[in-house]
Design a protein around this ligand. Structure first.
Ligand SMILES: *Cc1c(COP(=O)(O)O)cnc(C)c1O
Length: 395
């Protein structure tokens, strides 16, 4: 049997490669940071990690992880409801709820699981999920696992959302779900308008704060802070794998009864292992750090503004950003790949994205800023962009 499957796979893999869509993984031999070491020993400035606050290799989190392991052990060997809940898990859940101004929190192994396990326990075939067309794959999968009727509205298009809400009046409960920051453009969902529409058409709202938690809003509390909507959004999901430390872990935070029901019925929570003490302990320290000082968020906002302005002033075409994601528009797919390769030769690591990850003819380099970048890192990156831009005829 395997022979025929093997041939089929070989053929499909060759097609992926031929289409230029084969994903090769670049090997890093240093910790994740603003500056990394590649396999061949070269150093590169890193502008493609979700390490927004520079916490991936932060001494305070490493220390907290050690402490967690020392006092609470290495692993839990259990799901939460059997014997996988430590005092640490409860404390982190409380702290995340306090950070977002919500009622309760439930932890998951990843936000992929949080999104995958949120719809099915809450909604049935009688209900409606109204989802932004550019929502993350994990939301799409979560929607697929639920029997509710599905509606999809064009990215951040409020007229289309309103039309879908009108159609969905036939259903019992309605939920609008959106990424808070869209990862390819760096734009923020218009949450003020979404919440107003939810009020008008009797829907609840769920947002995925993966790219916005720790980043967006004056103190990094995400889009509910940016739009002054604390307590007005019923469900927030997020990750500990991006700004919030960069290791692994996810959460859903929001209304008490929703979180209670997820603890009873959410399958990735019930049937997957509890987060290890070191991750939870570092998570607690992370939320404490963010509540004690706004230093890292301020640094990130300064870095993003500086890089954006410098790149604009040397002549690049950049989409306006509302996050720490800065899309440098090149439009041509081939050019985006050549540009990224040439930048690596200059010691700057970025990724070029093209169709089908972004619309056809909208290829780009996605730059992600970090609080760990220094002014000198930023200047070196702009100089490299300028040099490559000239040599490839972009500037
Ligand atoms: C990264 C991301 C996820 C997945 O988070 P993990 O914790 O890595 O599973 C989910 N949603 C969005 C919008 C993301 O950007």
């Amino acid at each position: 049997m395997y022979k025929s499957l093997q041939q089929h796979l070989q053929k499909s893999l060759a097609e992926i490669e031929k289409a230029g869509l084969y994903k090769n993984e670049r090997i890093i031999t240093s910790p994740q940071d603003a500056e990394i070491t590649l396999e061949d020993g070269r150093r590169a400035l890193n502008f493609c990690a979700n390490n927004y606050l520079g916490l991936s290799n932060h001494p305070q989190l490493i220390k907290a992880a050690y402490e967690g392991m020392k006092h609470h052990g290495f692993g839990m060997s259990s799901v939460r409801f059997i014997c996988g809940t430590q005092d640490l898990h409860m404390l982190l859940e409380k702290k995340i709820a306090a950070f977002f101004g919500t009622e309760d929190t439930i932890l998951y192994a990843a936000c992929f699981d949080a999104n995958g396990g949120v719809f099915e326990p809450l909604l049935t075939a009688e209900d409606a999920i109204i989802s932004d067309a550019l929502n993350h794959a994990s939301i799409i999968d979560g929607v697929r696992l639920c029997k509710a009727k599905r509606y999809r509205y064009k990215n951040a298009d409020m007229q289309d959302l309103e039309e879908k809400l009108i159609e969905a009046q036939a259903q019992r409960f309605r939920i609008i779900v959106t990424d808070a920051v869209f990862s390819m453009d760096g734009n923020v969902a218009p949450m003020d308008k979404i919440v107003a529409l939810a009020d008008r058409y009797d829907a609840i709202v769920m947002i995925d704060e993966c790219h916005s938690a720790g980043v967006v809003g004056k103190t990094g509390r995400g889009v509910t802070e940016l739009f002054d909507l604390r307590g007005r959004v019923e469900i927030i999901t997020g990750t500990l794998g991006k700004a919030f430390g960069g290791a692994i872990g996810g959460f859903t935070t929001g209304k008490k009864e929703i979180i209670d029901m997820l603890r009873q019925r959410s399958r990735p929570y019930l049937f997957s292992n509890s987060l290890p003490p070191m991750i939870v302990s570092a998570g607690i320290r992370m939320v404490e750090m963010m509540s004690e000082t706004n230093e890292l968020q301020d640094q990130l906002h300064r870095n993003t503004a500086y890089f954006y302005d410098r790149m604009k002033s040397v002549g690049f075409d950049i989409k306006p950003t509302e996050s720490a994601i800065v899309p440098i528009m090149l439009y041509d797919a081939r050019l985006s790949q050549d540009f990224a390769a040439a930048l690596l030769e200059e010691g700057v690591y970025v990724i070029g994205f093209y169709f089908p990850v972004v619309p056809k003819g909208e290829a780009r380099i996605r730059v992600q800023l970090s609080a760990a970048h220094t002014l000198s890192h930023l200047d070196r990156a702009v100089a490299a962009f300028q040099k490559v831009g000239r040599s490839l005829g972009v500037l």
